[in-house]
Ligand binder design. Sequence first.
Ligand SMILES: Cc1cc2nc3c(=O)[nH]c(=O)nc-3n(C[C@H](O)[C@H](O)[C@H](O)COP(=O)(O)O)c2cc1C
Length: 162
Amino acid sequence: MESAPASELFREVFGRFATGVAVVTSSGPGGSGGMTANSLCSLSLEPLLSLVCFDNQARTLPIVRETGRFAVNILSTEQEDLARVFASKIPETEKLENVAHRLEHGVPIIEGSIAWAACKLRELVAGGDHTIAIGEVVGLGLGQGQPLLWFAGRYHLWPELE
Ligand SMILES: Cc1cc2nc3c(=O)[nH]c(=O)nc-3n(C[C@H](O)[C@H](O)[C@H](O)COP(=O)(O)O)c2cc1C
């Protein structure tokens, strides 16, 4: 039987897959919340689907489960502080309270994001200690700015990698 590689190496290997940074938000009668995320992607063009992988411990997951909706807010280089807040475990209700946002299609869209997608939850798929949320895209928008990047366990600004 093959022995499993160490999880630190796993993190290091996939940490070299440079990504943008997003905040996935959701809001419902039970409250609102959001988390910094990079394990997301577009999934299908016909129909328009996207997916986000949630740690089963993420407090945003039960909100998405309850409301059946989530938004993907793609962050700009100006929003690194915001990324840190949404990656933290401060009380969930406080996360959006101090951030300028508006509701579109029933989901919180963060002001200053370089792009966003509003999604209606279609399916939750178990994946180890994570859950894959597949969403039907019901709204899209574009903002301005350059993308905040994540590589090798830290944030980077766009020109650094050029
Ligand atoms: C750059 C970055 C990317 C992250 N990506 C994810 C992700 O894709 N899925 C996830 O569940 N957590 C991810 N996290 C961790 C969550 O942001 C963190 O656990 C957060 O506290 C969850 O918030 P919540 O418990 O309020 O939902 C990421 C953190 C960082 C800094």
